[in-house]
Design a protein around this ligand. Structure first.
Ligand code: AMP
Length: 116
């Protein structure tokens, strides 16, 4: 946990650096990615700084479910009626660059598969 206490995302949660925040509650924050890969590209992050999926325990299951439910609700709110994709990158091979668990919500265009 301590390892991720000072990621850029913790600094966004603490309002030390700016972000376009779309949603917040007691458990999570959702904001627009600074380098969007699609017309809608949000990051949904837990306020609790879990570094990655590798660190998730059974106790985190309700929190992870909440992140997905918030992403689904935001997709509806933002009009992604033709579909969207949720992505959680994990570790080096997964392409994770910020070590504070986050769910990417990508939508607003047709997304290719498989990812690179
Ligand atoms: P990942 O590669 O899965 O770890 O995703 C990290 C994401 O965080 C990337 O899509 C970055 O563009 C995004 N990102 C990094 N810094 C910021 C920031 N200050 N505000 C918003 N998004 C950011």
């Amino acid at each position: 946990m301590a390892a991720s206490a000072d990621t850029i995302f913790s600094r966004i949660i603490r309002r030390e650096i700016p972000a376009r925040i779309e949603y917040e509650d007691d458990l999570c924050l959702a904001f627009h990615d600074v380098a969007p890969q699609s017309p809608v590209h949000l990051l949904v992050i837990p306020k609790q700084p879990i570094p990655s999926l590798v660190d998730v325990t059974e106790a985190d299951e309700p929190l992870l479910g909440h992140l997905v439910a918030v992403a689904s609700s935001l997709a509806r709110k933002l009009g992604l009626d033709d579909g969207y994709r949720l992505v959680v990158n994990c570790g080096r091979d997964g392409g994770q660059t910020v070590h504070h668990l986050h769910v990417h919500l990508l939508g607003g265009r047709s997304l290719g598969w498989p990812p690179g």
